[in-house]
Unconditional design. Structure first.
Length: 94
């Protein structure tokens, strides 16, 4: 069994989003992601909140949000947690 730490998960999301930007012909300069995990009583994970900051020249706000949504849905880390509520906010660094 492989266990992924919170920090590794944050890096996976940022790297996956970077790959999506490159595929869309944007060259990201920096992408960082932090994750907040909300635990229930058991303890079980009830919610994961991802906060991503991207320094990427030229994409529109809609392109940034589309890329963030694709990263949230397609990245193997959140995919391994299917069934959990995962929220993601993406912000542009200027």
């Amino acid at each position: 069994m492989t266990i992924i730490s919170k920090k590794q998960g944050e890096n996976i999301i940022s790297k996956f989003m970077s790959a999506l930007f490159k595929k869309a012909v944007f060259e990201p300069m920096r992408i960082t992601t932090t994750a907040a995990v909300q635990l229930g009583d058991a303890p079980t994970i009830n919610l994961i909140e991802l906060d991503t900051h991207a320094e990427v020249p030229n994409p529109t706000e809609a392109e940034l949000q589309k890329c963030a949504e694709e990263a949230k849905k397609g990245c193997p880390f959140p995919g391994a947690l299917a069934g959990l509520e995962i929220r993601m906010q993406a912000h542009r660094i200027k």
